[in-house]
Design a protein around this ligand. Structure first.
Ligand code: PLP
Length: 359
């Protein structure tokens, strides 16, 4: 198999793909594929319940949180959080730390009043605001942050203390990658296509209290409450995507859960940053060191010509997905949970070799 460093949809473990292949044609003993089963069947109900339970177990959240499975990707959540929780007379406040965070903020502006609490845009997204001393006014509907900035390659290590104001986190590109104090968040969302499986479903983990405070004046299909009250089976859910998430969560548990995945991720990305930092600026990390992501390493080279050559040669050597996002340029290696350590070792070796040849 190729070494898959795609930013998303991301690499999946081979054993998960093999398991999925078996269940694809025949699932259980009814002579049906899972793809053909009613979402009202006991089998599908059980898959949904199991997946909810597995996710809460892995992140070890105390009771009082619900798991929902929703469609529309993380982009739908940008709109839904404001539609549900941004009331007249309150202001949604956003940490704008990258382009997805900015998109989320712009969606809130279409719904009500929203403000930027801090932004890294003027500095080219090279560093993150210090959120430890953040003061949040009492007229704040919620604070929204993107814990890992997939495109730019930065990641928050600290989370603000927002008191009674709900903190909402887009964890699409770093959920299950590291230990953290989940209880700081009232709502977390993550589209599946990085650490939770293939694209097609978004996991939402939400505090009961916030769930009940959501607007009841918007269409039912857009209310978080609807999903909670119907165990994500209000309408036809993406059953197969949820099943794939279940397999990914079981795989993550088999690896030793988040503590083990975190250790591996630090070693993996450490290999890549070492290669970036070796040798007189041949590779130049885009993000300042304290803010570097453990999921997405981004770097530039002397000129676009050299970057193109790197992308071309690396692909020829079996490394997939290293071109940087079109808005940032340069190169990016996304080393999500399912990317094996050998892949990062091989890439670091390739980078060192390329530098020796072209430097
Ligand atoms: N937020 C973050 C942090 C992401 O990485 C992505 C996708 O890469 C998105 C939002 C958008 O997700 P989707 O394409 O599922 O709408």
């Amino acid at each position: 198999r190729s070494w898959n460093f795609n930013p998303g949809p991301a690499a999946l473990p081979l054993e998960v793909l093999e398991q999925a292949k078996e269940a694809f044609v025949e699932y259980g003993d009814q002579g049906l594929s899972l793809l053909e089963m009613s979402h009202r069947s006991k089998t599908v109900e059980r898959i949904v319940e199991e997946t909810e339970r597995l996710l809460l177990e892995l992140i070890d959240l105390p009771s009082g949180y619900r798991v929902l499975f929703m469609g529309g990707g993380a982009s739908a959540q940008f709109a839904l959080v404001s539609m549900n929780f941004l009331r007249a007379g309150t202001i949604a406040r956003y940490l704008v730390s990258g382009s997805f965070a900015e998109k989320a903020y712009r969606e809130a502006l279409t719904v009500g009043q929203a403000e930027v609490l801090a932004s890294g845009k003027a500095e080219g997204w090279k560093r993150l605001p210090d959120v430890r001393q953040l003061k949040v006014r009492t007229d704040t509907a919620y604070v929204h942050m993107t814990t890992n900035n997939t495109i730019e390659g930065s990641q928050f290590r600290d989370f603000p203390d927002t008191g009674t104001v709900p903190l909402i986190g887009d964890m699409t590109s770093d959920i299950l990658s590291r230990r953290l104090d989940w209880t700081k968040f009232a709502l977390i969302y993550a589209a599946a296509q990085k650490n939770l499986g293939p694209a097609g479903v978004t996991a939402v983990i939400v505090k009961e209290e916030l769930l009940r405070a959501g607007s009841a004046d918007i269409p039912a299909i857009f209310q978080y409450r609807t999903y909670a009250d119907n165990h994500s089976l209000y309408n036809t859910p993406p059953v197969h995507a949820i099943y794939m998430m279940k397999l990914m969560l079981e795989w993550a548990a088999r690896q030793g859960g988040i503590p083990e995945l975190e250790k591996r991720n630090e070693r993996k990305i450490g290999l890549l940053y070492e290669a970036i930092d070796a040798g007189d600026g041949f590779y130049r990390g885009i993000v300042e060191k304290p803010y570097r992501s453990t999921m997405n390493a981004t770097w530039r080279m002397a000129d676009e010509e050299l970057e193109k050559r790197f992308a071309l040669e690396s692909e020829r050597e079996g490394f997939i997905g290293l071109a940087g996002h079109r808005s940032v340029g340069g190169l990016r290696a996304s080393a999500y949970n399912a990317v094996p350590e050998e892949a990062c070792k091989a890439l670091a070796e390739f980078m060192n070799d390329f530098r020796r040849r072209r430097g």
